[in-house]
Ligand binder design. Structure first.
Ligand code: AR6
Length: 231
C-alpha cells in the first residue's frame, strides 16, 4: 500500500508532467493540493454536439467569474485525453487571462479515477447528465454512474426525478460508494447542458443564442452548487 506521502509526491509528478498547474515558484503561497476541488467535464461538447469554440469561451468566462468567489477552492476541467481539443482551447484562452493556475487548471484523465490514477484529490465531480438523471447513455454519465454503483442512483432519486437544461443538482455520495471510498469523492453534481444533437431530446436545432444562454446557466448552477458544499 502506497503511503500518503508517496501518493502526494506522485501526484505532484503527474501534475508537473501535465504542466498543469504551473510549478509554484520558491517562496510562493501555500499549496492548494488538499483544498476543496471540483473536477468537471466540458458540458454538452461530445454527445450533445455543442460547438467547441463557443463552449471554451463560456468555460473561461464562467471560471473567471467564479474562481475568486470560491476562496481557496479549485476548479479543474477534465477530459480523457491529453490531446483533447476542448482542453487545448481552454488552456490557450485561460493563458490570456489573469487566472491563478493553482485555482484553475486542466487535467487529462478519467474523471472516475482522478485520485487512484492521477493522484489528484477532488471531493466533488460534475456529471454531464441526461434529463432523466439515468445511468448509461455513454460518455461521462455512463462512466460516473457505473463507477459510483447503485448508491449514486439511490441518492440521486432521493433528490430529484428529472433535471431541466441549464440546471445542476448536488448529490451527496454515500461512503458505501466505491467512488467515495476509493477516490474520496463526497459529492456528485449532475448538470444538464444544452443539446444540439437531433438524436437526443430537446434539440435546439443550432440555435446558439439559446444554447449559449443555457450553457452559461449550466456552469453558473454547477459552480453555485459547488460553492454550497464548500461553505
Ligand atoms: N472522464 C473524463 N471526461 C470524460 C469521460 C470520463 N470518463 N467520458 C467522457 N468525457 P458527454 P454531453 C468527456 O458526451 O456532450 C450522455 O449519454 C468527453 O470527452 O459525456 O454533455 C448523457 O446521458 C467530453 O469532453 O456529455 C447525456 O444524454 C465531456 O466529457 C449526454 O451524453 C462531455 O461529453 C450528454 O452529452
Amino acid at each position: 500500500i502506497q503511503s500518503r506521502a508517496t501518493k502526494e509526491k506522485d501526484s505532484n509528478q503527474v501534475l508537473e508532467s501535465c504542466e498543469e498547474p504551473k510549478k509554484a515558484s520558491v517562496g510562493s503561497s501555500i499549496s492548494l493540493e488538499n483544498a476543496p476541488t471540483l473536477a468537471f467535464p466540458s458540458i454538452s461538447t461530445a454527445d450533445f454536439h455543442f460547438n467547441l469554440e463557443k463552449a471554451s469561451d463560456i468555460i473561461v468566462e464562467k471560471v473567471e467569474e467564479y474562481v475568486n468567489k470560491l476562496g481557496n477552492a479549485r476548479l479543474v476541467l477534465v477530459d480523457l485525453s491529453q490531446n483533447s481539443k476542448i482542453l487545448s482551447l481552454v488552456r490557450a484562452k485561460v493563458a490570456e487571462k489573469n487566472i491563478d493556475s493553482k485555482k484553475f487548471f486542466t487535467f487529462a484523465g478519467n474523471i472516475t479515477k482522478l485520485y487512484s490514477e492521477g493522484g489528484l484529490h477532488c471531493n466533488a465531480i460534475a456529471n454531464a447528465t441526461n434529463w432523466r438523471l439515468k445511468p448509461g447513455g455513454g460518455g461521462v454519465n455512463a462512466a460516473i454512474f457505473s463507477a459510483a454503483g447503485s448508491a449514486l442512483e439511490t441518492a440521486t432519486k432521493a433528490k430529484a426525478g428529472s433535471l431541466s437544461s441549464g440546471k445542476a443538482i448536488v448529490v451527496p455520495l454515500p461512503s458505501s460508494s466505491p467512488l467515495h471510498s476509493r477516490e474520496g469523492v463526497t459529492h456528485v453534481i449532475h448538470v444538464l447542458g444544452p443539446n444540439m444533437n437531433p438524436q437526443r431530446p430537446n434539440c435546439l436545432n443550432n440555435d446558439y443564442i439559446k444554447g449559449c444562454k443555457i450553457l452559461r446557466e449550466a456552469y453558473s448552477s454547477l459552480f453555485d452548487g459547488f460553492a454550497s458544499i464548500v461553505r
